[in-house]
Design a protein around this ligand. Structure first.
Ligand SMILES: Cc1cc2nc3c(=O)[nH]c(=O)nc-3n(C[C@H](O)[C@H](O)[C@H](O)COP(=O)(O)O)c2cc1C
Length: 211
């Protein structure tokens, strides 16, 4: 049964807290093609045809804790995917707000037509031929765990084998988002947004609701 069929249960009104205006709280159905948002933006790197190549990715998440498996959805025709399939490894690089233009650049042009290998200063870690971006505060080398073929994308699952940062991005031994300054992508609007202030401690502020 379609839970939206009985629209009477979706109606309601509330008086706004700071005005006397009555706000309409009736739920309306929206496009089911809606994307989850906000999404952190990452740059994924791989060697393709002997050169480092980087792709901008918004469809990314952690899929398993131990082992630490991250998943990203990649269009099947992307040049970077060729390198990932061939080498069985790739990098995940978290850009800071200063890198927003270069990040967008890697999401506009394919390595098939444009050489993106000189966009960043590249370094290599324990896995060898996995290009990582020196300017990114946090980077990781992953080995492919599995690639799941979906209708339009390849869901690339990679196990994080090594991760890298710098002292200047840490506070008391832990990565500090105030210092790494990540940004997110929001659709609708297709814009990059920086983060605001912390609004509460996780696994803590919710306890006030325990009876
Ligand atoms: C903000 C943004 C987010 C993107 N997210 C994804 C994504 O999650 N998955 C994907 O396959 N392509 C995504 N793209 C598109 C690729 O980054 C783009 O097609 C890129 O040029 C492919 O590069 P390549 O062919 O060199 O691998 C995104 C592009 C932008 C600008």
């Amino acid at each position: 049964m379609n839970p939206l069929a009985d629209k009477s249960s979706l109606k309601g009104a509330v008086r706004s807290s700071n005005t006397s205006e009555l706000q309409d709280m009736t739920k309306i159905e929206i496009n089911p093609g809606v994307a989850p948002f906000p999404k952190p933006i990452i740059l994924v790197g791989a060697m393709v045809e002997g050169n480092p190549n980087f792709i901008t990715i918004a469809w990314f998440n952690r899929m398993n804790g131990t082992p630490n498996i991250w998943g990203l959805a990649m269009g099947k025709k992307h040049y970077t995917l060729e390198g990932i399939r061939k080498n069985g490894k790739f990098s995940v690089n978290f850009p800071s707000v200063e890198l927003v233009e270069k990040t967008d650049f890697c999401g506009i042009y394919s390595g098939r037509e444009v050489d993106k290998s000189n966009t960043f200063e590249v370094f290599y870690g324990e896995l060898g031929d996995v290009p990582m971006i020196k300017e990114c505060p946090v980077t990781a080398e992953c080995s492919v765990h599995e690639i799941i073929e979906l209708p339009k994308t390849a869901l690339v699952l990679g196990e994080v084998r090594h991760a890298y940062s710098e002292e200047r991005f840490m506070t008391d031994g832990a990565l500090d988002a105030r210092k790494t300054r990540p940004f997110v992508f929001i659709r609708p609007g297709d814009q990059y947004w920086s983060l605001g202030d912390a609004i509460g401690d996780a696994w803590s502020i919710g306890k006030v609701h325990k009876e």
